[in-house]
Structures are given as C-alpha cells and as structure tokens.
Design a protein around this ligand. Structure first.
Ligand code: PMP
Length: 395
C-alpha cells in the first residue's frame, strides 16, 4: 500500500500531464519496426523509427543472433569484470574500434547508460563541462551525475562556446570538457566539429562527441567525426548500437588508455550485466555489413533527399536538416499534435514533437526515412501529407 503523499503526488501530476497533452500514449507494435508497421491491426507507413539502415529486421543479423543464442545461451551471466565478458564482447569492441578508427573501444548496455558511464568516470566536482544547449537527455544526465560544473553554450554558437571556454579555463576548474551531439536529432543539423576542435585545441579542452544519429549515416557510415576527418582529434567518440546499427547497446571509442580507465572506473561496466550474446553477435554482423558496403547508406540518403524534396515542393517548412532526418515544422503545439493525429488516421506514423522537447512555437512532425522504405511508400506518405496539409490549411 503506497503512502498518502505518494498517492496524491502521482494522481495530481499524472492529471496535470494529461491536461497539458504531455502524457505519452504508447502504441505497442504488432510487427517488426520496419518501414511498414502494424498497430491495433492497422498498417502504417513508419516514419518514426531510428532504424536508419533497416538493419533491425535484417535476415543476416537475425541469423547471427540465433547462432549466438545456440552457442552461448540468452544471457551473459555476469557483469563484465566478474565473468560476463564473452569472447564475442571482445570481438565487438575490436569491430567498433576499427569502425571508428580508434585504438580501442568499450561496449555498454545502451547509449543512454554509456553517457552516464563515461562522463562520470572522467569528470568530477572540480571540473567543468561545456555543453551544447540541445544535447541529448542522456548527456545532460551524465554531466549531472559527474557533479562537474555544467556550462551550457547556445546551440552550435561557436562565439558563445569560445567565450565560455575562455572563462572556464582561467584556473578555477581542473579538467574542462566540451561535449556535443554529432547530429542533433530534432532538426537533423550537424555539430560544427572543425570549429569545436579548433576551440578545444586553443583552450586544451577534452572533446566528447555523442554520434548516436551520425553513425551509419555520415562519413560513408563511419560517423560525423570521420565525415570531418577528425578521428584523431576527438577524445571520446561515443555512440549507440540501437539506431543505424539496428540492435541495442552503446560504446565509447578512443585511445587505449581512456578505454582501459573506463573499464576499471565506469560504473555500468562494473555493476551491470553485459550485453546479451545475441545482441553482440547481431552488432558484429551489422558493423561488418556497414563497413563492407555503402549500399544501405546510399539508399538512406536517396530516400532522405526524396522525402525532403517531396514535402518541400508541397510547401511544408522542413527546416535546415543536413541529414536524412526530415522535420516538418508546423509551429503551434496543438496544431502539430492534430496534424500528426490526422496523418496517423490516414496511415502515416510520424510523431509530433513539441515543447519542451523543442522550443515553444517550433512544434514539428519528425520524419525518419530509412534505407528500407521504397519509393512507393514515400510517394504514398507524401500524398497523405498533401491531403492532410491542405485539409488543415497548413500548405
Ligand atoms: N544519445 C543520443 C544523442 C540519442 O539520440 C540517444 C537515443 N535517443 C541516446 C544517446 C541513447 O541511446 P540508446 O537508445 O541506445 O540508449
């Protein structure tokens, strides 16, 4: 039986979230999270997944995972440092290091927990972190966990970063880190890594890039850091194995001594059971596919360009995305929610993203085309956008 205080806290706050339209309604999928999904018996064109290359449902990954289950079972059995490191974990880390062009890598159970792990293993209360204002929640939480002073700079504003880096390096802090997403997932814009590296060199900052949305997408698949040719300039290249890679997990790639340190100091590595054999084997297969051919990468970009052109031609505001991520900016929060709902009724599954995830008045329906979409699917989605856009006087 819960306490009265808990009871009233939950009742009041849940009611408030529902009133404000901020309560997440979850629609369970009855199908794989591919280009077409089934929810409540109805099929939708799926423009909401991060399964950029379509690998989450790829037969080769399924086969690798099945084989690993037959060989190792379903669980790793322990945390990495006790005896939960299987030979496949080591192989995966070697594959990640090769993929990211670094000396070494360490894998975690998710991208979220990787940020919690890595930032707090290096930074402490005597340090400072310069963080882009649009950084992902897991970066924000990882920074908080470290207890370092968090100094937020305006989104991709290099003048602001330079000024704040200058102020933070006057001697009042120990280590100073600059931390950024590689690709910002709400707008699809790319971090200005060459300028960030220049500022980092000027002020001797530690550099940390979370490339969750750039890996598999930019740099012919190798990610944002490779895209800019900066592989030897970024201390922490972190990422997720759950988006383009198609499975689950996270990683840090960097110098051998950084990885050695994370393996003795980062808490999820020490205290949380390692990735399952099936996940690991599927990730290895996925990385091998991504590094051997750019076919899926090329298709993703082609589909991204196709959807963007189609929506733009209709008169939608698709923002300034530099990647296949295609926001359709509606503005008003309520109108954005209604627009997404109408698209949904017509057969397009594309989620509304509104304040506080994005700035007030910048509500958008975010579209995530993937390599697995066909032109016919995208044409149908564009047709539905046109129908609903005209009906609601948006275009
Ligand atoms: N970092 C960024 C930038 C992300 O977008 C996400 C995914 N939402 C994560 C980390 C978390 O990754 P995961 O889903 O693997 O926990």
């Amino acid at each position: 039986m819960s306490s009265k205080a808990l009871e009233s806290f939950l009742t009041e706050n849940l009611a408030e979230l529902k009133d404000k339209g901020m309560y997440n309604v979850i629609d369970p999928l009855e199908s794989p999270n591919g280009p077409i999904i089934t929810i409540g018996g109805k099929e939708y064109i799926n423009l909401s997944s991060n399964n950029y290359l379509g690998l989450a449902t790829d037969e080769r990954l399924k086969e690798a995972a099945t084989k690993a289950i037959k060989t190792y079972g379903v669980g790793a059995g322990a945390v990495r440092t006790i005896n939960g490191t299987l030979d496949v974990h080591v192989k995966l880390e070697e594959a990640i290091a090769a993929f990211k062009h670094t000396e070494a890598a360490v894998a975690y159970q998710s991208g979220f927990n990787c940020n919690m792990a890595a930032i707090s293993a290096i930074m402490d209360k005597n340090d400072a972190i310069l963080s882009d204002e649009l950084n992902h929640a897991s970066i924000i939480d990882g920074c908080r966990l470290s207890r370092a002073k968090i100094i937020v700079y305006k989104h991709s504003d290099m003048e602001d970063l330079r000024q704040k880096a200058k102020e933070a390096t006057q001697g009042q802090y120990g280590k100073v880190m600059v931390i950024t997403d590689g690709v910002f997932s709400m707008d699809g814009d790319i971090a200005k890594l060459p300028e960030i590296v220049e500022i980092a060199e000027e002020f001797d900052l530690i550099t940390y890039v979370d490339d969750a949305h750039g890996s598999g997408v930019l740099g012919k698949g190798a990610g944002t850091v490779k895209h800019f040719g900066l592989s030897d300039k970024i201390d922490f290249q972190i990422g997720t194995l759950s988006k383009a890679i198609g499975v689950v997990g996270g990683y840090v790639a960097g110098k051998q001594n950084l990885i050695d340190w994370l393996k003795v100091r980062s808490r999820p590595f020490l205290f949380s059971t390692s990735l399952t054999p099936a996940d690991v084997a599927a990730c290895i297969e996925s990385l091998s596919i991504i590094t051997e051919s750019t076919e899926l990468h090329d298709r993703l970009w082609e589909n991204g360009r196709y959807l963007k052109q189609g929506l733009k031609k209709l008169g939608f505001n698709i923002g300034n995305s530099e990647t296949p991520i295609t926001p359709c900016i509606i503005g008003d929060e309520v109108l954005t929610q209604q627009f997404s709902k109408r698209l949904n009724e017509e057969g397009v599954y594309a989620k509304a993203i509104v304040f506080p995830t994005v700035a007030k008045g910048m509500g958008r329906v975010r579209n995530m085309p993937t390599a697995a979409h066909t032109k016919e699917m995208l044409d149908e989605a564009i047709r539905i956008y046109e129908k609903v856009g005209k009906e609601m006087d948006i275009i």
